[in-house]
Ligand binder design. Structure first.
Ligand SMILES: [Zn+2]
Ligand SMILES: [Zn+2]
Length: 181
């Protein structure tokens, strides 16, 4: 049986540290066993700023990215350092549409704990990797999961991100394997 391995592109939107990009790419390769490549950066998404909220509209960025071509990559994760929102939430750590091509993760809110303190860089990178994997999960058609430790658990705060493991629960894992077959 032949199965075409999916390939994932990780693309910075603006100036993002190489270590953060590598942490995300390595976790995608390690956890989802997919080929991953860091792509050359796109411009900062200034077109998506909402003048009233002074935040960036995740849906507009995703639509713009989905109109682009990223070589032979089936899925693309954009990484940025801007405060993202979608209309129904005050902010989001990342965003992706079920079964879509492009997802986003923002380092902006992951770089602060809920008490306002700053975590070490290694924690920020781990959080970013978790959110990137979560959004990639949505792109691969996974839904939210009620298991708190599962990557597909919905996180509204950084504590919830920290509580997640870097793995899918058994159920989501079987579902993903089925999707990737
Ligand atoms: Zn989600
Ligand atoms: Zn799960």
């Amino acid at each position: 049986m032949t199965s075409k391995k999916k390939s994932v592109g990780v693309i910075p939107l603006g100036n993002i540290s190489e270590i953060a990009l590598q942490a995300i790419a390595e976790h995608i390769t390690g956890c989802f066993k997919l080929t991953t490549q860091i792509l050359p950066p796109l411009e900062k998404p200034e077109y998506a700023i909402d003048e009233r909220r002074l935040q960036y509209n995740a849906g507009i960025i995703i639509e713009t990215m989905e109109a682009m071509h990223f070589g032979n990559h089936d899925k693309v994760i954009g990484v940025l350092n801007k405060d993202l929102f979608i209309p129904i939430f005050t902010h989001v750590f990342g965003e992706a549409r079920q079964g879509g091509t492009c997802g986003l993760v923002s380092l902006f809110r992951l770089a602060k704990n809920s008490d306002g303190s700053s975590p070490p860089k290694s924690i920020i990178h781990e959080r970013a990797a978790k959110v990137a994997l979560h959004e990639l999960g949505h792109l691969l058609d996974l839904l939210h999961c009620e298991h708190k430790r599962c990557l597909m658990h919905f996180s509204g705060g950084t504590e919830e991100v920290d509580e997640m493991s870097l793995d899918l629960c058994e159920y989501c894992s079987i579902y993903l394997q089925d999707k990737l077959r």
